[in-house]
Write a protein that binds this ligand. Sequence first.
Ligand SMILES: *Cc1c(COP(=O)(O)O)cnc(C)c1O
Length: 499
Amino acid sequence: MKYVSTRGKTEQATEYSSAEVIKRGLAPDGGLFVPTSIPQITPEQLEQLADMTYPERAAAILGMYLTDYTSGELLHAAEEAYGKERFSSVETAGTPAPVRAVGQTEVLELWHGPTSAFKDMALQIMPRLLSLALEKTGETRDALILVATSGDTGKAALEGYADVPRVRIQVFYPVDGVSRIQKKQMATQSGQNVNVTAIRGNFDDAQNGVKQIFSDPEVAKTLDERGIFLSSANSINWGRLVPQIVYYVSAYCDLLRAGRIKQGELLDVTVPTGNFGNIFACCLAKRMGLPIGRMICASNQNNVLTDFINTGVYDRRRTFYQTVSPSMDILISSNLERLLWLIAGPERCAAYMEQLKEKGWYSVEPEVLAAIQQEFSAHFCDEGLTCSTVRTYYETYHYLCDTHTAVALSAAEQYHAKAEFTNRMLVASTASPYKFSPAVLEAIGEEVPTDGFEALRRLQKRTGVAAPERLQALEQEEDRFTEVVSPSEMQQAVLAFGK
Ligand SMILES: *Cc1c(COP(=O)(O)O)cnc(C)c1O
């Protein structure tokens, strides 16, 4: 399997191997890497997959795309990444990604991993794929991953990269810009190859600092002499996307085995969407032949994707809202570029992206919009509706969901209210309610204490739903990283760590 850039001209597009693509992250022309063809899963293969464990399913699906990895390497990586030491649901439900029936809806829980959010599904395995990619591409240097985080991604990346050979990771976060639990999660991180530094400033200062370090040739040269190159853990890396296809296939298999769907029966899927990575993985699963009907793109108040899918106009020139579902607070949805490439081709895709950069908006041709609407619907949810959905599911089904999942549950309901005919609905649940305890407490009508750990305890006491052990244990753990620097000292911190 070869890969090209979403912006490369069809005729003379350079092709890359999967290991090269994982090492590079972004294509040299600024586009995203996409496979030149989409492998197919036959109904017979789907039946075989249904008899496999999650790591075996993962190795089989990854093997269709990552053809320069051996099946042994992929199985080993998947067994390590998705074992019971890392995903609590493996012990209780036999899989890192269990499907729970909630009323008429099937909820795919993607948050049983070490940081209690769905990014673990990709970030637990991707670092192992990167480490192997260094060998396969003959890279002699080690990778140093730089991350600026507003909270969630930093911790998920730290957990994924900790103690992975030939890779180290440096995370920067704004000292007053993350919650107490998030800060504690990062400050206590284990691993010989990790470093965490707080900066005096906000998230933009951290982000800009990282961008400057990336573009400074002196830094690159100094690190190169020490046998190190800089890399990122960004969600547009193909190595983060392909593991996300696996859980859609796996969910279908589990529903088949449980007799909740019949072989070949179509499943609709609703995904709470920010950067369009998760829902695009679902789209790929569908194109591979998995029986998926419609995909419903769920957004919060930052509803740029709802407007785009309904009108064909993508316009980022709008108010940015900070919501109770912060991981979806995004105005530029990077992975949408991969869908545009798939539907409109590289020339038009490159033109849309150019116009987005220059003018802040673009519109697609009527036939492109029609093709998108053939597969996708879109709905959004404001703050009030998000909170009332948390409450309704709790009161009606005793199902406690987080705010991001609530956005998706509401979008699925909105879709059903309009649709003439519907299939069984699978809703992707992307975070543990305890990751967002204060917002969830408030939604179910409780008073919210100022301390995050106190909020967690109160939510557990009030609902009787068990909180993830790792989040609870955190309060007692010793901080390893306490350094706070100013943004101008970030470069120095990177050079001191990259020795
Ligand atoms: C990252 C994230 C999302 C958005 O996923 P995308 O792949 O960026 O669309 C949704 N919910 C949670 C909890 C997340 O962490």
